[in-house]
Write a new protein. Structure first.
Length: 93
């Protein structure tokens, strides 16, 4: 498949609007700066770096994960990560 059409063949996103199915190639947008935890124990896991879910509102939200997966597939890589800032990328490298 040609690179310029690869993106439109990635997993689609399905929604129901007024009872009709709508399929898009882009995920819904999520934004947030504060993550709320259901339990205090989850908060403690997040502080220790052992919480499996989202721990910060600009990190690993569904639209970021979809971007990373699209980039990984386009480049034929094993894993891709995107970061909200250069210093964040350097810290995680």
């Amino acid at each position: 498949m040609k690179e310029n059409t690869e993106l439109i063949h990635l997993d689609g996103y399905y929604y129901k609007i007024n009872g009709k199915t709508v399929k898009t190639i882009n995920p819904p947008m999520y934004s947030g700066s504060i993550v709320l935890f259901d339990r205090y124990e989850d908060f403690l896991l997040a502080r220790s770096g052992r919480y499996p879910g989202v721990t910060y509102g600009t990190d690993r939200l569904p639209n970021q994960r979809a971007f990373e997966e699209g980039l990984r597939r386009l480049e034929g890589g094993h894993l891709a990560r995107a970061f909200p800032s250069g210093i964040n990328a350097i810290t995680n490298a």
